[in-house]
Design a protein around this ligand. Structure first.
Ligand code: GLU
Length: 506
């Protein structure tokens, strides 16, 4: 069932690196839900962890989202009614809400020094107990705690986790998940530098920004009970929680890791969005591929445009089991989307991939090449590689292939000479003009058309396969066609000389 009520969803990356497939998938699902329901897709930058902050990351993430076509309706760059959308600009809001929890008895300032905390941890480890805060500051009277804070004593703010009972979170994909409170910690909500951690900041923001559905990675399941507790402590209504499955390595063994990402590069793959653009993938192909890593429509349909996805995406068909990243599927989807593009669009997208090679075809030539490449490419960067021979200064035909099977060098030479004559007489290399006379020549020579084409192909491009030969000639142009044919004739002439000598000496 698709969504009928407008939803408000957010993609909330931390600017600690580049946009990768996991983030792209969350953002895509968010976007689809918003578009499908007539709701809003919000971009929120969660930059409270200043140690992991990376300059340029925010921009890189936005560029990646835009490349994928996932334009947000509210965000740090465009504003919106619930801003600011960068957490570092919301510090004061979190401070107020943290103290609201303290006043209500759900949180408390903790003055323990790092030294004390590490001693406690060591003792717990020695006793083989789970390491967690021992509650030392839990029961300091509020007035005393406030006085110490006012006096400037360093402190964090911790959640006062109930010691008994349990808490149940409802995940759309996994149903009810119940956690025992005595297994949970008095988690830190605000650090000693006054900056709120994700646990508080994201909950406050999701509430204030009126987020209806929270999509995030399954790595948040262990702290999910804390988040439910925080909502309850404030007395807020919970959003619909959706924890998306993790991605596994292509081998299916283990979670995707940084090291694995580096080794992918060796095979010409990447999990980073902007790399995928550079490797010649289309956003259409990537979105199609990513959409199906955790969701399926009917287990059979595999080709989806963005419009299809907006219409058909269904949060009730999300799959909680981990998905292995399969790059050959990406190649497959990308090929489908390349073939689905209008020619002028494909031509425009191919241009930069030619510009970064030595080949700089004119618009005219690229227009002729595009339909030849379209059925053959899986990625755009294959374009120049597939037709590079067209632009080579010189080709080096292979003598063995220049003399097709069941033909002798003298026969091949005659055929090549006649080809040169016939083609020189033609007014242009337009396939409409060349195809008839070349086929007629094959008949005249008593050759199969294929054999004659093979001689021509080898003479013109020096390799056994290429786009259709007549279109190829048109792209190479008359002058080069005649010149390469002449070079092949010279090569065959020398071959015939050797061939005759050998026969005479027998
Ligand atoms: N900033 C968090 C992250 O990057 C966001 C998690 C969420 O979407 O709630 O993991």
């Amino acid at each position: 069932m698709t969504l009928t009520q407008p939803v408000r969803v957010r993609f909330a990356p931390s600017p600690t690196g580049r946009l990768h497939l996991g983030g792209a998938r969350t953002a895509l699902y968010d976007y689809l839900m918003a578009r499908q329901s007539g709701g809003q897709f919000i971009l929120r930058i969660e930059d409270t962890d200043r140690n992991r902050y990376q300059v340029g990351s925010e921009q890189e993430i936005m560029d990646g989202l835009r490349w994928l076509g996932l334009q947000w309706d509210e965000g740090p760059d465009i504003g919106g009614p619930y801003g600011p959308y960068r957490q570092s600009e919301r510090k004061e809001i979190y401070r107020q809400y943290a103290w609201e929890l303290v006043e209500k008895g759900h949180a408390y300032p903790c003055f323990c020094t790092p030294e004390r905390l590490s001693a406690v941890r060591q003792q717990q480890q020695a006793r083989r107990e789970p390491t967690r805060y021992d509650g030392h500051c839990r029961n300091i009277p509020l007035s005393e705690a406030k006085a110490r804070v006012a006096a400037g004593e360093p402190h964090v703010i911790r959640f006062k986790m109930p010691r008994t009972g349990s808490v149940t979170g409802i995940d759309l994909l996994r149903g009810d998940i119940t956690y025992q409170n005595d297994q949970l910690d008095d988690y830190i909500l605000v650090k000693s530098d006054g900056l709120a951690l994700y646990h508080l900041a994201a909950m406050v923001d999701d509430h204030l920004m009126k987020i209806t559905h929270v999509l995030r990675g399954a790595e948040w399941l262990p702290t999910f009970p804390l988040h439910v507790h925080i909502y309850n402590a404030f007395g807020w209504q919970q959003p619909v929680w959706i924890h998306l499955s993790v991605f596994l390595k292509p081998s299916g063994k283990g979670k995707m890791s940084k090291r694995e990402a580096a080794s992918l590069a060796q095979d010409g793959y990447s999990i980073f969005t902007t790399d995928l653009a550079d490797l010649g993938y289309l956003p259409e192909g990537v979105n199609n591929w990513v959409a199906l890593m955790g969701w399926s429509y009917d287990d059979a349909t595999e080709f989806f445009t963005m419009q299809d996805l907006i219409e058909k995406f269904d949060i009730n068909r999300l799959n909680p089991s981990p998905a292995a990243i399969n790059f050959s599927k990406l190649d497959h989807f990308n090929g489908l989307h390349i073939r689905n593009l209008p020619l002028d669009d494909l031509q425009r997208r191919l241009r930069p991939f030619f510009e970064r090679t030595a080949y700089h075809p004119s618009d005219e030539i690229l227009r002729k090449l595009t339909p030849l490449l379209q059925p053959r490419m899986k990625t755009l960067d294959e374009g120049p590689a597939l037709v590079g021979f067209l632009f080579a200064e010189q080709v080096e035909p292979d003598l063995e292939r220049l003399v097709p099977r069941k033909m002798t060098p003298p026969e091949a030479l005659t055929a090549a000479r006649r080809l040169l004559e016939v083609l020189s007489d033609l007014p242009s290399m337009d396939p409409q003009v060349t195809e008839g006379p070349v086929r007629a020549l094959a008949e005249e020579l008593g050759l199969k058309a294929g054999s004659l084409f093979n001689i021509l192909r080898e003479a013109l491009i020096g390799q056994p396969s290429s786009p259709p030969i007549f279109e190829t000639m048109d792209v190479i142009g008359r002058e080069v066609v005649l010149q390469r044919l002449q070079a092949a004739i010279d090569l065959l002439t020398a071959a015939v000389f050797v061939y005759r000598r050998e026969r005479r000496e027998r």
